[in-house]
Write a protein that binds this ligand. Structure first.
Ligand SMILES: [Zn+2]
Ligand SMILES: [Zn+2]
Length: 120
């Protein structure tokens, strides 16, 4: 491949922003990619920042997806235990609400786990 600006010079890489071939003279070597010198440096820097940000969010995701489900699970156990102990039966409303919370927590955990796996 040839340089986009210098048709007679071999390209050493591609700009991360516009994917044009760049020779040694035209290339600007940023930390995580190449950019057209004096043209797409800012754009590629911004892209790198977004990618890095996303990577950090995804790295934190396995912990974050547990917070919601654990909250509902505890709430469910509290309701179910309280309802069961007080009424002595499983047809009491607090108990049924507790069961609903527990089911909701399990479903939401499985859902967010599946979502995270798809995108990882
Ligand atoms: Zn470019
Ligand atoms: Zn060039």
């Amino acid at each position: 491949m040839q340089c986009f600006n210098h048709p007679h010079t071999a390209a050493v890489g591609l700009c991360k922003c516009c994917s044009r071939g760049l020779c040694r003279e035209c290339v600007s070597d940023l930390d995580h990619g190449l950019a057209c010198r004096d043209r797409h440096e800012a754009q590629v820097e911004a892209m790198n920042m977004i990618i890095e940000k996303n990577a950090r969010i995804y790295a934190a995701a396995p912990k974050n997806i547990l917070i919601g489900p654990i909250f509902f699970l505890l709430l469910g156990l509290l309701f179910a235990g309280f309802g069961y102990a007080r009424a002595g039966g499983i047809t009491d409303l607090p108990f049924l609400m507790g069961i609903a919370f527990i089911i909701f927590s399990v479903v939401s955990y499985l859902r967010s786990r599946a979502l995270f796996r798809e995108e990882a």
